[in-house]
Design a protein around this ligand. Sequence first.
Ligand code: FES
Length: 111
Amino acid sequence: MSEVICRLDQLAERECREFEWSDGGEVVAAFLLRMGEGVVAYRNRCPHTGAPLNWYPDQFLTLEQEYIQCALHGALFRLEDGFCVHGPCSGDSLQSIELIEEAGVISIKHR
Ligand code: FES
């Protein structure tokens, strides 16, 4: 079973969108990030302390939109794979979330 999150054309390049879904009974906070013709998704949880990455809704990127940035202590993560390149959790990664994209519709698979 899968759950539709949004259409790809509803996201501009490098736009992020928060969403939640129930994963085996646990409510998981996550966000989408549009990159070119595709989209990636990560759990909204910093590997440093487990805190949410953002302070403002749908705001996850640095001003230059080159990295995902944790609002709490400034850790920087690569857009394409969530790998932390700077900050207190250097070398750790955001937890990526598997998406399904069919005919421009982005969905998440339920376990
Ligand atoms: S909680 Fe994210 S860098 Fe500390």
